[in-house]
Structures are given as C-alpha cells and as structure tokens.
Design a protein around this ligand. Structure first.
Ligand SMILES: Cc1ncc(COP(=O)(O)O)c(C=O)c1O
Length: 473
C-alpha cells in the first residue's frame, strides 16, 4: 500500500501524546474540538496524517473521530495558529495550492509580450462562456462574454450599451454596494432607489413596478451576497414594460435561478445583460482588478465590446463614445488557472455556510441567511441578522467584541444609498426604505472563504454567542 493510501482507523479513540515518544500527527483539517477531561487536554475531531506502524511510516487516516492532544503538542500549536489567524477572506492557502500554475501562467504572458488582450483574454472569455452553461440545462447556447477592467466598469458599459444617458432613470436597490448606483449617476441618468426584501436582501419587485415611469431606461437587480433576486417577476415586468434588465452578478457568479415553471438559468444570463467583478475577494478573483459582462444578445455584446475599447472594434475607428476598460492578459491568465476550480470554491463556501447554519440555528435573537427557494446560493457573504429591539448598538458592539477576540466581521452595508452623503441630493427621505434601514443596522457578515475550518467556525460562533449573551442582557 502506498504511504499516502487512506486507511480506516481501527481505534477511533486514538490517543496521541507528544510525551510518549511517538511523532505528533500532521493535522490536515480540524473539524471541531472540546475541552478534554483534564485541564491540559482537548478532544479534537480532525483529519490527520499519523504514524501507524512500527516503522513510523505516516499514513493518511481519513477520519479520526476523537484525538486527545496534550496542550503543547504540535496539533495544539496548529490549532492555536489557525485560531489566531481567522481572516474575513483568506486567499493564502488557495494561492499556495495554485502557485506553480499561476507562476507559469504569468511567465507565459511575460514571454508573449502581449499584456493587453490577446489569446489569454480570448481563451478566458471562451472558457467562462462554456462554464456559464448549465450542464444538462435547456439552454446550451453559449453566451457572449465581454471582458473589462472591473465590475464597476462592467455595469457602466452595460448601461452605455443600452443607451442610458442624461434624462433617463435607472431603478436600483437602495441596499447595495455603491458601484451599482454610482455608474448611473456618472452617465448623467437618475438613480431611482427602491427597497429590498428583509429576508433575501434582494430588490423588491413590487417596489420596482411602482417606481417605473416613462423615463425608466433600465432595471438593475443585484444578486446580493450570492443568491438571485426574484428574476421571474422582474423579467415579467421587463417584458411587459419593455425595459431591459442589467443583472449585477458581482457577488453571485455561477448561482442558478430556477423559475416556477422549472426552467433554470445562470445568474447574469437571466436578464438582458449581466455583469460581474473579479476583485480578488470575489468567488472568482484575480490578482488585481477585473470584470466582465455576459449576454446572449449579439448586438449588445458587440456594442459593449466596442465601448470597452474606446468605442471601436478597429483601431482608430470609433463609432461609439467609449472608455478604456480592458482585462489585463496577466489577470486573464490567472483567472484561467482558477476557473476550473470555481465549482470547488463555491462548494467550500456552501459547506462553510451549512456549518454556520448548524451552529447558529437555535440561537434566539440571531437569524441565519434565508434561502431563496428558486435560487442556489454561492455565499459570497454569510450574513446574519441581529434582531432589532435588543439594543441600538448591539450589532456594532458585537462586531467590536469579536474584533477583540481576533475575529473579523464585515458590515455590508452600514447605510442605504439614500443616506450616503454623495446621494442625498436624490432627495429621498430616510423612512422611504424601511427594510434597507433595518438591514443597515442589523446585518453582520461572518468570515467566509474557501479555507475556513470547522474549528475556526466553532470558535467564531462560540465567541459570537458569548458576546451576544453578554451584550444583550
Ligand atoms: C454588488 C457589486 N457590484 C459591483 C461591484 C464592483 O466591482 P469592482 O470592485 O470590480 O469594480 C461590487 C464589488 O464589490 C459589488 O459587490
């Protein structure tokens, strides 16, 4: 049997002590722990590599149910290290795993001397287009993927391709990242803000319908935190009113939406045009800025492509007013290394979300993320809500308390767009967006990335509950 072959642990209550002359185990992944029977030991539920025969040959044990480790042993140190290094987003392990391939990919771009556009960008777009198809899905048509410099530009270019300009109105949620609204203002159009649902965090379609006027030129739903907005209703409104839909898919690449009739579509390909971001912390992130648009509409794709290249397809021929927004070849090469792993990255996020759910589901006063029945969730963020009525500053105090314990959290977003100083001139009253206001003071995003261990999550939740109990008294 090769050294690395998995073997089944005969004795799941394997006792490993650093003081009995045996080498301590290599901890591969720790899933959970509790205090041991005496004050110096911990019971750890982990996957380890351990010496299992006379020759001290290390063999992989896939699953050790309990391991008693003396404090001070390697495994305790590993545990300590992993607990002291909890990050909101941790890219280091992923980058280490893919480092050789990434280095090679970057090297090839350097050797090619083609830093803008070229075959890396073309290949990445073709591969992403392929990836966006749903295996076995009804629509096997390949979408056009148009690369650009970042997710904000993607939104702006999509709106420009649809002809949005001064005098037009564009409907967006009040609870979103600033880019969604910023680009509308930059084009001289008016952002028309509408409220979101307090359970899904996504745009309220009734409010969308009520906000439509003769000037409405586009609707921009944001598939916030990783799951799709109610696209069936939105597309019904879009068709009835003949208003295009630009889906902001920056946080939900690969999420799938299934309408009531059982027809599935990929986030970003349900509306007229979709946009995304490859910001490093996104589910598919590059090592700088990057973005893209997707659409099945050939003419729209051609317009978006031209706009991202100074408004022309041919050098020095400009039929549209455009901008310089291109995906660097090095970023495309890095994205090509990561793209084949995207499903695996999303699965790791979904697994981490399930573990958080399990650990938090019975905690009174805290809501775990609601799952939209028509959408899959790719968990760009795992965002809980701290119930109102438990004190105004509870959420912020909780975040501060966790920070003292070395546990980072995020508040996405601390206020609705209607309250942002730069957008006060839109003239909205604070109470026009009750759900957005409520969310802005109650949401808390917990660390979420592909490398979280169950031990880290157990620790995060244990500290969260401890602070919550203390602060909500
Ligand atoms: C919802 C949403 N839209 C747009 C963007 C903009 O993407 P980028 O940072 O690549 O410009 C982001 C980035 O965080 C986002 O979260």
């Amino acid at each position: 049997m090769p050294n690395d072959a998995p073997i089944v642990a005969k004795d799941p209550y394997l006792e490993l002590r650093s003081d009995i002359g045996r080498k301590p185990p290599d901890v591969i992944e720790i899933w959970g722990e509790r205090r041991g029977m005496d004050s110096t030991s911990r019971v750890v539920w982990a996957k380890v590599r351990v010496a299992t025969n006379k020759n001290n040959v290390r063999k992989k044990i896939d699953f050790v149910e309990f391991m008693i480790a003396k404090v001070g042993s390697v495994s305790s140190l590993t545990m300590k290290d992993s607990l002291e290094n909890i990050k909101m987003v941790d890219l280091s392990a992923m980058n280490t795993r893919l480092r050789t391939e990434i280095d090679d990919a970057i090297g090839q771009v350097i050797d090619s001397e083609r830093f803008i556009g070229g075959k890396e960008v073309e290949k990445f777009c073709a591969e992403l287009s392929d990836k966006l198809k749903i295996e076995g899905g009804e629509n096997q048509e390949k979408p056009f993927v148009i690369p650009c410099a970042n997710g904000t530009d993607a939104l702006q270019i999509a709106l420009m391709a649809l002809g949005v300009g001064p005098g037009d109105e564009v409907i967006t949620p009040a609870f979103t990242f600033i880019s969604t609204v910023e680009v509308v203002a930059l084009l001289g159009a008016k952002p028309v803000l509408v409220d979101v649902h307090s359970d899904t965090f996504n745009i309220d379609c009734k409010a969308v319908e009520a906000a439509i006027t003769k000037k409405t030129k586009a609707i921009v739903p944001v598939h916030l935190f990783g799951q799709c907005a109610d696209m069936e209703t939105l597309m019904e409104i879009s068709k009835r009113k003949n208003i295009p839909v630009v889906e902001d898919t920056a946080q939900s690449l690969m999420s799938i939406y299934c309408n009531g009739g059982g027809v599935s579509g990929r986030a970003g390909l349900l509306g007229t045009i979709g946009t995304t971001s490859f910001f490093p912390s996104k589910n598919l992130g590059c090592m700088g800025d990057g973005g893209a648009m997707f659409t099945f509409d050939k003419e729209l794709a051609a317009a978006a492509h031209a706009i991202s290249n100074h408004g022309g397809q041919r050098r020095y021929h400009h039929h549209l007013v455009g901008l310089n927004s291109r995906l660097d070849s090095i970023q495309a090469a890095i994205l090509r290394v990561k793209l084949p792993h995207l499903d695996e990255f999303n699965l790791a996020r979904q697994k981490a979300a399930r573990i958080y759910d399990e650990l938090l589901k019975d905690v009174e006063g805290i809501s775990i993320p609601f799952r939209e029945i028509n959408s899959t969730h790719v968990f760009h963020q795992y965002t809980i809500k701290i119930h109102e009525g438990l004190g105004n500053d509870l959420r912020d105090d909780l975040s501060e308390g966790l920070k003292k314990d070395g546990i980072p959290t995020g508040i996405y977003y601390p206020m609705g767009i209607h309250q942002q100083p730069a957008y006060l001139s839109l003239g909205y009253k604070t109470d026009e967006f009750p759900n957005t206001n409520k969310l802005a003071s109650t949401v808390l995003s917990l660390p979420m990335h592909t490398e979280l261990t169950t031990l880290q999550q157990t620790r995060i939740v244990e500290r969260l509950i401890s602070w919550f109990t203390l602060l909500s008294k």
